[in-house]
Design a protein around this ligand. Structure first.
Ligand SMILES: [Ca+2]
Ligand SMILES: [Ca+2]
Ligand SMILES: [Ca+2]
Length: 378
């Protein structure tokens, strides 16, 4: 059970490689940020001050100032996707302090008591059902927020129709057909039999789709994650995704029934592979871009973008350009570990996640959080 449980949990989101990068980053940041200027312990993190004093570097002057989206909550909101018209926001929600939980859980994986790590609201995420008969559990579901107009903020998360017990679902991404319908839609799911991750695909579904018609595509024993789907013409779909943290692309010429053998990207996007790149395709009206996550020279996770060099060639990416880099938290209330999960509206507004925490927290079950932020195009 120990092996089964451990593998299952790690498969859902964080590879061992990623964990190592995080640990190294944390140690570096401890050395840099807290050398000679340690703040006194004042209990758990002052989340309001951490979140309101976080700063970022945005080199492109066509963007405004990043701000936290008002619907943010204490649990872990990750894997964002905003519909192109900007009216829906999806995330995977895990109502725990995920990093603190994983550290502690590695020490004692058998029927771990997850309750000290719960961070409400629970948003109907089933934290009880599990195949091992344990008293408590943790897993993630896709949640959804809607707004009637892009001049309004998203105000509240709700559980989505993609909610499912035991397994983790995430990586939602769709192509809109009209104001009520996604033409095609993908998300990821942990298999409960073989334990690895796979991409689920469906056609012609509502804007809060259910699991009913979802079928697995491109399945392999590896972990498929971070899918991004686009329609290229009446019959052709394009899918970017990662397989064990290497980025691939594939096309379907029959609207998703069959897919060509995935091609591994040779440069730019896989420069740091195996790595959690989180590719997001976006067209500026003339050119295709990929927005993605990568480390800067200081080992901090940043968002970059790369322009397609040869039209129609999906392995033809120009040098990466910085989009947003974490700065300090003014007042030293905590540190920002990184930014990631870029997702763009038609007009170029970016939703993304920020992971930050307080290394001086004296509550080992409340150190880190992951929240949705917004980088508006001017
Ligand atoms: Ca689930
Ligand atoms: Ca798989
Ligand atoms: Ca959060």
């Amino acid at each position: 059970m120990k092996k089964f449980n451990k593998k299952w949990v790690f498969n859902f989101s964080l590879s061992n490689q990623y964990i190592k990068k995080i640990i190294i980053t944390v140690l570096l940041l401890i050395m840099i940020v807290f050398s000679g200027c340690k703040r006194e312990n004042t209990g758990g993190p002052d989340w309001e001050m951490i979140k309101s004093n976080a700063t970022f570097v945005v080199p492109d002057a066509s963007y405004g100032t990043p701000y936290i989206q008002p619907l943010n909550v204490g649990g872990w909101e990750d894997g964002l996707y905003i519909s192109r018209d900007g009216l829906e926001l999806f995330a995977i929600y895990i109502p725990v302090d995920l990093f603190s939980l994983l550290d502690a859980w590695q020490e004692n994986p058998i029927c771990f008591d997850y309750r000290p790590y719960y961070r409400p609201p629970m948003l109907d995420v089933d934290m009880v059902s599990n195949p091992w008969g344990c008293e408590t559990f943790f897993q993630g579901d896709i949640i959804i927020a809607t707004r009637k107009d892009t001049c309004l903020s998203f105000s509240e998360w709700h559980s989505s129709n993609l909610r499912r017990s035991v397994s983790n679902e995430g990586g939602a991404c769709g192509v809109l057909k009209d104001k009520n319908t996604f033409d095609v839609f993908v998300f990821t799911q942990n298999r409960n039999d073989t334990e690895d991750m796979e991409i689920m695909f469906m056609r012609n579904v509502s804007r809060n789709p259910s699991l009913d018609t979802a079928v697995p595509i491109l399945s392999s024993p590896a972990n498929e994650d971070n899918p991004h789907i686009e329609r290229l013409d009446d019959d052709t779909l394009l899918l970017f995704f990662d397989r064990d943290r290497y980025i691939y692309y594939t096309r379907s010429y029959d609207n998703g029934t069959t897919w060509e053998e995935p091609v591994k990207i040779t440069h730019v996007l896989n420069d740091q592979s195996p790595y959690d790149v989180q590719p997001h395709l976006w067209n500026d009206g003339t050119h295709w871009w990929v927005y993605f996550c990568a480390d800067n020279e200081h080992g901090k996770r940043c968002i970059y973008r790369s322009k397609q060099e040869v039209p129609g060639d999906w392995d033809s990416w120009g040098p990466r350009e910085l989009v947003i880099e974490p700065g300090e938290i003014i007042g030293r209330y905590g540190i920002i570990l990184g930014v990631g999960e870029p997702t763009l509206t038609d007009r170029g507004d970016i939703s993304f996640v920020v992971i930050y925490g307080d290394l001086n927290s004296d509550d080992p079950a409340d150190v880190w959080d992951c929240d949705p932020w917004f980088l508006p195009k001017k």
